[in-house]
Design a protein. Structure first.
Length: 151
């Protein structure tokens, strides 16, 4: 994962911890209202708290196991996670740029594709000048890698 992706997850954990604290207060206030079996506010807050705690746990596990791609020693001539590549679709002639990112950072609208996607998998290991046939859900396409860059 990139350093930006790592920081984004840390920010989400901080936000969720603040939400957890607010939910704890809300649970305390609704507990004082009496019968908890029929207290919809209490039940909702407890369910929401469980979801928040699960998400925090999940994100913390990802951060513990994360490797920052910005610091990895990789062959900068080959397409790997973290690379920004410029490619030409030989069928349409269209040129596009993609950045290969971890699943948490993928945002196809901004050109960040998940390294586990079929398109990214087809580019892994390629070098500038390589012509590749990549099998996609929509069928096979031919691409030429025009450039590989690590930012």
């Amino acid at each position: 994962m990139s350093k930006d992706g790592y920081e984004k997850l840390r920010s989400e954990i901080a936000r969720l911890n603040a939400e957890k604290n607010e939910l704890s207060k809300e649970i305390g206030e609704t507990r004082e209202q009496g019968d908890l079996k029929e207290n919809a506010g209490y039940i909702y807050a407890k369910e929401k708290q469980a979801l928040v705690l699960n998400r925090i746990s999940e994100l913390e596990a990802r951060l513990r196991n994360a490797k920052i791609t910005d610091n990895l020693a990789v062959n900068k001539d080959e397409v790997r996670i973290g690379a920004t590549i410029k490619v030409r679709d030989e069928g349409s002639g269209a040129e596009k740029s993609y950045t290969l990112a971890g699943a948490d950072e993928a945002d196809p609208g901004s050109g960040k594709i998940s390294v586990s996607s079929p398109l990214a998998q087809g580019f892994l290991g390629a070098k500038a000048g390589d012509r590749l046939k990549i099998r996609l859900p929509s069928g096979e396409k031919v691409f030429t890698v025009l450039g590989v860059e690590y930012k």
